[in-house]
Ligand binder design. Structure first.
Ligand code: MG
Length: 236
């Protein structure tokens, strides 16, 4: 019997562990730091615009975010921001990078339920050093057959990852919290995708979910993945 699925891949940030909440916390500190210069709304707008421009230069992650905060601080203060404030911004970034990795509820049980029965993959996007460090600290690394840190989640990059691991897209399921990164590019390749939304979504990740698609499911919780997989493979 040929099973429908061969490999199941999980996204990392906000799928296996909390992430966006840490960015929100850092941004809250950034707002408070510059409160004498600029309103929170104005600062948020300036920062988002800076991030939008800088993602193409620095890639995703906390380091790029820190540089974007510094750039925004220089702009909103017309170049008057002092070294101590820049130093504080750098320390906000370091605090975020060193923050403990907190797994989302149900993650370990879900991975355990699937391990050994499918090729399990972790496909995470962002800064290599930070992602490797989070994977190590998550305690989950040993559960995955394949770990890939990519700089962007586009169809061509997924295609390369699947080819390198000799996985047929038709037998591949991606599980993640981002429509833009974890769902749309995988469906474009002919793979399947399950969205498990996180309560916060970074504005640059927002996208319309597919309307109707045979290979797309929206789940409430990651612990529903084994049930979906069993249903797909007709043994549950
Ligand atoms: Mg994510």
């Amino acid at each position: 019997v040929t099973r429908v699925l061969d490999a199941i891949a999980f996204d990392g940030d906000d799928t296996l562990w909390h992430n966006e909440g840490l960015f929100s916390m850092t941004q809250e500190r950034f707002r408070a730091l510059l409160a004498d210069w600029v309103s929170p709304e104005e600062l948020d707008a300036r920062l988002l615009e800076t991030e939008r421009e800088n993602v193409a230069v620095y890639g995703y992650g906390v380091k790029g975010f820190t540089l974007s905060m510094i750039e925004s601080a220089i702009e909103v203060t017309n170049g008057n921001v002092d070294a101590d404030t820049i130093y504080r911004i750098l320390s906000f970034g370091k605090d975020q990078l060193r923050h403990p990795v907190e797994l989302l509820p149900g993650v370990e049980a879900t991975i355990d339920a699937l391990a050994g029965r499918y090729r399990l993959m972790l496909i995470t996007k962002g800064d290599l050093f930070d992602q490797e460090s989070k994977i190590a600290r998550s305690g989950l690394a040993d559960h995955f057959d394949v770990i890939e840190v990519v700089h962007e989640k586009e169809p061509d990059i997924y295609r390369r990852v699947l080819r390198r691991n000799t996985i047929d897209p038709a037998q591949f399921l991606m599980v993640g919290n981002s429509v833009r990164s974890d769902v749309l590019p995988v469906l474009e390749l002919g793979g399947r995708a399950a969205l498990v939304p996180y309560h916060l979504t970074w504005e640059l990740e927002v996208a319309e979910p597919p309307r109707e698609h045979d290979g797309y499911w929206e789940l409430e919780h990651i612990s529903q993945v084994p049930e979906l997989v069993a249903r797909l493979d007709g043994d549950g």
